[in-house]
Each structure stands twice: as C-alpha cells, then as structure tokens.
Design a protein around this ligand. Structure first.
Ligand code: PGA
Length: 226
C-alpha cells in the first residue's frame, strides 16, 4: 500500500473545523478520525473522504446499550475505518480486556470496515493466540498502529532505528500486516518516520488539530503517500 496518514482529533474539533479540513485536504491516502457525532456531516460534505471512527461498541447492530455506537451504525454514517484499543481508551476507560478488543475487531470487519488496532510495547504482549489468528485471517482489513506510551502526546519520539527495529519484529509476528507509527508525529519528523521502509503510515494526534501543521506533514510526504 502507499503510505497512509491518519489524523486523530480525539475529543476535539467542531463542524466548522470539519469544513475547513475537507475544504483544504484532497489527498487520497489521508484519513481522519473525528468525533463520531461529526461523521454523518463530513460524509455528506465529501463522501470520498476517508473517515475513521475513534472507537466502537463491543455490541453490534442495535439494542438497549445507552451511550454506545455500534460498528453497524458507524458504517451507515460513511465510516471506513475504526480505531480499536487506543491507549487512551485502555488507560482512561479501562478498556484493556483482550476479549472485548476481539469483539470490536470482529464487529468492524463484519461490517466491511478496516480496523486500526493500536498497540504499545506493553499491550502488544497481551495479544493472545485467538486475536493473532483473527488478524491473520483478516490481514487486509486490519492495520496495526504501533504507539509507544512514552511518545503519545509527549513530543518525544523514539529514534528512527528504534522504530524500525520494533516494526521489523512486529511485521514478523503479525504476518506482514500493514503498520502505522503513532506518537508525537509532526511536520518536522513525519518525512523521516514515513521513510522507514517497513512502515505503512502514521497516526497523528495533536498535529492533526492544527490544519497548517497537518498540511505540512502531507506536503513533506507527498511523494511517499502518492
Ligand atoms: P500524538 O497522539 O500525535 O498527539 O502523540 C497520537 C495518538 O494518540 O494517536
């Protein structure tokens, strides 16, 4: 795959920021994880833009699950990707349960979307045989996002060779699955990181909230994502 840039707004943004974003970004290999409530609006503005949800329920379809949003609902809003197991969900909301992660992966894939499964150095060790088998069987619909805990929101990225070494190990363990790197990616380091040959893209948090900065990441990496 060409290299892929995914922005993650987390619990930020507004309808007018969705407008500004869609008005100024046209690249095919850029996707954005916006708060779920903005998805339908973004899809109505530009059905071609790749939309990502930041989470989904362990329950699928419909039901009496107050506050939950199913993968089935998300796909109906024009969503193509769902982030699963982001470290903020695992740490702030105690969503660390591997069997629940597997349920979410299953829901995403059975609704014909692609799952972006986040792992860090600690959580990666918890991935069990069943989840590994599931990834193997759905290798084209799962993307791994390697996000070291020390790098998320801290401004501190590991060195290129450290990232590269870990990616090589993950590629071997996870059947050459596509892998994104996430954690303090910005306009200064994006190109070097995206140039790592075994890397398939980046997941960008804070820097995706500054449109100018996010565009600089895209411009700096234009030939890599084309
Ligand atoms: P950051 O976030 O780019 O702000 O470090 C990355 C993420 O949490 O996905």
């Amino acid at each position: 795959m060409n290299k892929f840039i995914v922005g993650n707004w987390k619990m930020n943004g507004s309808l007018s920021f969705v407008d500004a974003f869609l008005d100024s970004i046209e690249e095919q290999n850029v996707a954005i994880a916006i708060p779920q409530v903005f998805l339908a609006y973004a899809y109505s503005r530009n059905p071609k833009f790749k939309l990502v949800a930041q989470n989904c329920s362990i329950y699928d379809k419909f039901g009496a699950h107050t506050g939950e949003i199913s993968a089935d609902i998300l796909v109906g809003l024009g969503c193509q990707y769902v982030i699963i197991g982001h470290s903020e969900r695992r740490h702030m909301f105690e969503e660390d349960n591997i069997s629940n992660i597997l349920k979410k992966l299953n829901n995403v894939i059975s609704n014909n979307m692609t799952a972006i499964l986040c792992v860090d150095e600690r959580y990666e060790k918890l991935i069990n045989r069943e989840t590994l088998e599931f990834i193997k069987d759905n290798i084209h619909n799962v993307i791994l996002a390697y996000e070291p805990l020390s790098a998320i929101g801290t401004g501190k990225t590991p060195s290129i060779s450290e990232i590269s070494n870990i990616l090589n190990l993950l590629k071997q363990k996870y059947f050459s699955v596509n892998i994104l790197y996430g954690g303090s990616v910005n306009s200064k380091n994006a190109r070097d990181i995206l140039s790592i040959s075994s890397l398939d893209g980046v997941l960008v948090g804070g820097a995706s909230l500054k449109l100018g900065e996010f565009k600089e990441i895209i411009v700096a990496s234009k030939d890599l994502i084309a």
